[in-house]
Design a protein around this ligand. Structure first.
Ligand SMILES: Nc1ncnc2c1ncn2[C@@H]1O[C@H](COP(=O)(O)OP(=O)(O)OP(=O)(O)O)[C@@H](O)[C@H]1O
Ligand SMILES: [Mg+2]
Length: 161
């Protein structure tokens, strides 16, 4: 894994698929039991793959599926995780109908693929992961809003550098 960028609130890595799974596992350990992670990036960049690594690291044994069609799947491991995919939704009301604010109020890690379709619904404090295609692997760009998430990113950097 190569650290490409190391600014206060923005960290950027180049990862193979295997390295991405490890990074997701590491992040799982640092996220508080209530957290919001936006997973953004073009079609097929690896949002679900990252979510799978993170959810499995929390001790979930059942298969972690892509929520593209079910929209929402909840897992209970060491922490509770709500995994959402907003790709097929076009209107904010459809997102709200999922019980959006209740999900965000839960003591749970909320992982949202395609959050950037609904930027106004993102909580002010959050972690965002933008995944981009790069050569054989991916560039993972993390940005943090809020002190808690800035600390999480610092911990992540310490672990991988
Ligand atoms: N870091 C990586 N390097 C190379 N290939 C990867 C990496 N991460 C995931 N992939 C591959 O990319 C493909 C798409 O992965 P995935 O389904 O997780 O993408 P996605 O962003 O969730 O897609 P969608 O936009 O349809 O939800 C898979 O074949 C996976 O093996
Ligand atoms: Mg996906």
């Amino acid at each position: 894994m190569t650290l490409l960028n190391h600014k206060a609130m923005l960290k950027e890595f180049y990862c193979t698929e295997e390295e991405m799974a490890k990074l997701a596992q590491t992040l799982a350990n640092f996220l508080p039991k209530s957290a919001f992670l936006a997973l953004d990036g073009d079609l097929g960049t690896g949002k679900t793959t990252f979510a799978q690594g993170l959810i499995k690291a929390l001790g979930v044994e059942e298969p972690v599926i892509s929520p593209t069609f079910n929209l929402l799947k909840t897992y209970t491991g060491l922490k509770t995780v709500h995994h959402l995919d907003l790709y097929r939704l076009d209107h904010e009301e459809e997102v709200l109908d999922l019980g959006w604010w209740e999900l965000l109020d839960d003591p749970a890690i909320v992982l949202v693929e395609w959050q950037n379709k609904f930027p106004d619904l993102k909580p002010q404090e959050h972690l965002q992961l933008l995944i981009k295609y790069h050569e054989q692997g991916r560039v993972l760009q993390f940005s943090a809003q809020g002190e808690i998430y800035e600390k999480v990113l610092e911990e992540l950097i310490k672990c991988v550098s």
